[in-house]
Design a binder for this molecule. Structure first.
Ligand SMILES: Cc1cc2nc3c(=O)[nH]c(=O)nc-3n(C[C@H](O)[C@H](O)[C@H](O)COP(=O)(O)OP(=O)(O)OC[C@H]3O[C@@H](n4cnc5c(N)ncnc54)[C@H](O)[C@@H]3O)c2cc1C
Length: 484
């Protein structure tokens, strides 16, 4: 019998979801480690309900018994929020995979929490889903709402919250909230769907979402430009935002990250001559090619117009989240700063890390037009919080956010006071208490404490770099983690 749950309790779970859908022991182990291998825990049981009624019954049972629950979707989250680090039960939502018929008149669809973002994007040949992230083959609607996922097209369409036209969710006591009508104008009280976007599984379990769809892009063109440095990346991205009306993406990476992908992922360099930094721009619509050409001028660039060529160019950027994992178990810090501070952040962060861990490897890339830098660190010194301390304090000193799009999760809970004042954190705690007074849902994520004191316990169960080998997977979004 798994530690921590009585056989009576397990039988009650079986009775709700069916025997084959309560996983224990080895069958549950893969749900307790994250995509990077950085977060690792254990769980007495993974429960896999198939619909909202079963979710409600499981939550009511757990709350009644005082059993903590971690909701989990595709397990691609990068801040440890979906991993049972303190022996919680995992509530896996992937069987809630019903995708409704597309309402073309409204350009909307209702998707179960377990539908992947790739499936939403493929729901209609003429319509697309605006949120595009490299993990789209595994990341689910529920997880993407819960993290308010951003991604590669935020500058044009906004993050997940901006796509929400309604939600269905279950509170910890088992009551079901349903508001899936899809009205664009609907001022009838508190906008709790918006509050659940970014709530990281701490307020309610999302079971379905009503999502807006956008017209599929036509005449799209993708370019990668080699540039002399980060100043030039920022200046060119800024120009593109102002002068290319069809711009959807402005992404950057550096030669350092590219070299790792060339050596370990088999990519060929995109341009004949290496450059210190690269800017990927994508635009669509009539005139997109001419508009981008005018901005790029006579700089060296790789251009993709066919779907295959565009996908090939996107791989240089979309595979960057894997790069650090080829060298060890990374500390992944997703941060953002005001536009005026972007160059300083992106160029000085390596030195900031070196001050606390001189032999660490730092790989930077990200969504330049959003001021969002992904700082991926392969530590040489113990991953004991020193890297987070250094980088997040630096970001805060620049007026930035310690989480641009991945959330606080377990990774950054200790540093929340850098970003949010005492009154704000006290309000967070009161909101949580209103939604989940018993503290069933994700109790160790975005801690409930109103004050500045955060648990001094080790906040991650880290692995030594040589204990973990990230899967040599070639597909984007593959969440497999192979343990050596
Ligand atoms: C290669 C790669 C690239 C990525 N790129 C991006 C990117 O560009 N932008 C970006 O924002 N993120 C990115 N991510 C992070 C991640 O994919 C997103 O955070 C995604 O939204 C997580 O979805 P998921 O279904 O995997 O959620 P999970 O990892 O399973 O869970 C994430 C959080 O949501 C909660 N949760 C999950 N499902 C539910 C539910 N139904 N109800 C309530 N709470 C729930 C969990 O408890 C946890 O706190 C990337 C990740 C990888 C691996």
């Amino acid at each position: 019998m798994p530690v921590g749950l009585s056989s009576t309790f397990l039988r009650a779970l079986d009775g709700i979801v069916g025997k084959g859908h309560v996983l224990t022991g080895d069958a549950a182990a893969g749900f307790a480690v994250d995509w990077t291998g950085f977060f690792r825990g254990e769980t007495p049981a993974v429960v896999r309900p198939r619909d909202t009624t079963e979710v409600a019954a499981v939550l009511a049972l757990c709350t009644e018994a005082g059993v903590a629950v971690v909701p989990q979707g595709g397990n691609t989250g990068l801040v440890g929020g979906g991993v049972p680090r303190h022996g919680e039960v995992v509530l896996s939502l992937t069987r809630l995979n019903h995708l409704g018929a597309v309402d073309r008149e409204a350009a909307q669809v209702t998707a179960g929490a377990g539908v992947t973002l790739r499936q939403v994007a493929a729901a209609d040949p003429g319509l697309d889903f605006a949120v595009l992230i490299a993990s789209r083959d595994s990341a689910t609607v529920g997880g993407a709402v819960a993290t308010n996922a951003g991604g590669l097209r935020v500058l044009r369409f906004g993050p997940m919250r901006a796509q929400l036209r309604g939600i269905e969710a279950v509170l910890a006591d088992g009551s079901v909230l349903s508001h899936l009508g899809g009205l664009v104008k609907d001022n009838t009280g508190y906008d709790y769907p918006s509050l659940l976007a970014g709530s990281e599984g701490t307020l309610a379990v999302i079971t379905a979402a009503r999502l807006r769809l956008v017209p599929r892009m036509r005449d799209a063109v993708t370019v990668i430009v080699g540039l002399g440095g980060l100043e030039e990346v920022h200046a060119l991205a800024h120009r593109a935002v102002g002068e290319v009306p069809g711009l959807v993406s402005a992404e950057y990476f550096t030669q350092g990250g590219l070299d790792i992908l060339v050596s370990h992922a088999g990519l060929m360099p995109p341009l004949p001559v290496p450059a210190p930094a690269y800017l990927l721009l994508e635009a669509f619509g009539p005139g997109a090619v001419e508009d981008l050409a005018a901005v790029i001028g006579d700089r060296e660039a790789a251009v993709g117009i066919s779907a295959a060529d565009r996908e090939r160019l996107w791989a240089y950027r979309e595979r960057h989240p894997e790069a650090a994992g080829f060298l060890g178990v990374p500390v992944k810090l997703d941060v953002s700063v005001p536009a005026s501070q972007w160059v300083r952040l992106a160029s000085e962060v390596t030195g900031v890390v070196a001050a606390v861990d001189p032999d660490a490897i730092v790989i930077g890339y990200g969504h330049v037009a959003d001021g969002n830098v992904q700082v991926n660190i392969v530590p040489a010194a113990p991953a004991d919080g020193r890297h987070e301390d250094a980088v997040l304090s630096f970001v805060a000193s620049l007026g930035g956010s310690i989480s641009a799009e991945h959330g606080i999760g377990a990774l950054k809970a200790r540093w929340l006071p850098l970003a949010r004042g005492e009154a704000e954190r006290a309000l967070f705690a009161r909101i949580r208490a209103a939604f989940d007074p018993a503290g069933t849902l994700n109790p160790h994520v975005l801690p409930r404490l109103p004050a500045a004191e955060y648990p001094a316990e080790p906040y991650v169960v880290g692995l030594e770099p040589d204990q973990v080998v990230l899967a040599d997977h070639g597909t984007r979004g593959d969440q497999a983690v192979r343990l050596a």
